[in-house]
Design a protein around this ligand. Structure first.
Ligand SMILES: Nc1ncnc2c1ncn2[C@@H]1O[C@H](COP(=O)(O)OP(=O)(O)OP(=O)(O)O)[C@@H](O)[C@H]1O
Ligand SMILES: [Mg+2]
Length: 326
């Protein structure tokens, strides 16, 4: 569906109807009579983080702030500078936060909502898509309606499956329903006049229709030495009795994330507490971080952990237990 095409609201209803018809067909799995999926598929909450909690590169921070100017400098941009004439639809913006696991993307989504003084509505799209045929479109419509009413910022967390290309060789009803769900979603996104956040790891197979609707792709990098030092300082409490050499840890161990550093501090402290020692020795931090690095390498070697992150048509299909397309 090309951008700029006027959206007929009937279109959404038709899609939802088509999906309901399909759901009614014999052999299609039916939801439990008393299930209320809409409430388990998205969750509204007060943002849990602010930018002060996140150690990030200047560039990453600046790129996010640029998009937020769309909301914070509306009058200047659209009225005084006249962008209202040329960019009429531009109060709907998508920001895709992408990069390796554990680098602070979900935190940043919360920080964005927090800066805008809004609640956050987190959606796990992979759960929505694997729900029963027909329910899916209803849930999506309900979710967007809810966001419009409540004013919460929509956040598609783990949106890899959403942003990957739609199934092109449709061989069974599952494929058809996956595509119908995604078409419904495209229409809803098109009609939506507000900010939508996405967080993804590595999308190998972007769907251009979704990508076009994202104003800004913001990359999250692994922390460099300076940021690792800041992360170690942040996650080792001032009150922790320890002889840890923070600059030494930051210099020695690269290729790790904020999440790894946070875990290493906890693991080192657990060991000292269990052994009833009075301080958390520097060596325990080294051992903890080395264990984390080793486990990552082992998992990468097995290939099973990484396949969860490389998302493609096959991934979308595998969610339904279908065969791989060829
Ligand atoms: N840049 C950071 N600054 C401070 N803490 C961080 C940072 N990155 C990660 N952390 C720590 O790691 C935890 C996980 O971060 P978060 O959930 O934001 O990662 P993510 O990038 O969304 O990962 P995933 O792709 O696996 O969802 C945080 O709760 C925090 O404790
Ligand atoms: Mg996340």
């Amino acid at each position: 569906m090309p951008l700029g095409k006027r959206i007929d609201p009937e279109e959404i209803k038709q899609m939802a109807r088509a999906m309901e018809e399909q759901a009614a067909r014999p052999g299609t799995p039916q939801p439990e009579a008393d299930s209320s999926p809409a409430y388990t598929l998205f969750q509204e909450e007060k943002p849990r983080y602010s930018f002060a909690d996140i150690i990030m590169n200047r560039d990453t921070y600046e790129a996010i702030q640029d998009v937020l100017a769309l909301y914070e400098k509306r009058q200047l941009l659209f009225d005084e500078w006249g962008l209202g004439q040329t960019h009429r639809k531009q109060n709907c913006a998508g920001i895709n936060l992408y990069g390796p696991s554990g680098t602070g993307k979900s935190m940043a989504a919360h920080a964005i909502a927090n800066q805008l003084g809004r609640m956050i509505l987190t959606v796990d799209y992979s759960k929505i898509e694997s729900k029963y045929v027909g329910e899916t479109a209803k849930n999506l419509v309900a979710m967007f309606d809810y966001a419009k009413e409540s004013g919460a910022v929509i956040f598609f967390d783990e949106a890899d499956a959403l942003l990957s290309r739609r199934v092109t060789n449709m061989s069974n009803s599952t494929d058809v329903s996956v595509n119908q769900t995604r078409s419904t979603l495209l229409v809803l996104i098109n009609e939506y006049n507000d900010l939508i956040l996405y967080a993804t790891n590595f999308v190998t197979n972007y769907d251009p229709a979704f990508i076009r609707r994202i104003l800004s792709h913001v990359k999250f990098e692994l922390p460099d030495e300076e940021n690792r030092r800041r992360l170690w300082s942040m996650y080792i409490p001032k009150t922790l009795p320890t002889d840890a050499d923070i600059p030494g840890l930051a210099a020695k161990y690269g290729g790790i994330t904020g999440a790894d550093i946070s875990n290493a501090v906890l693991n080192a402290s657990l060991r000292a507490a269990r052994k009833e020692e009075t301080t958390v020795a520097h060596a325990y931090f080294e051992e903890a971080v080395e264990r984390i690095i080793r486990s990552k390498t082992d998992n990468a070697d097995l290939g099973t952990m990484t396949s969860k992150r490389v998302v493609s048509e096959e991934y979308v299909k595998s969610q339904f237990g279908g065969g791989l397309p060829e």
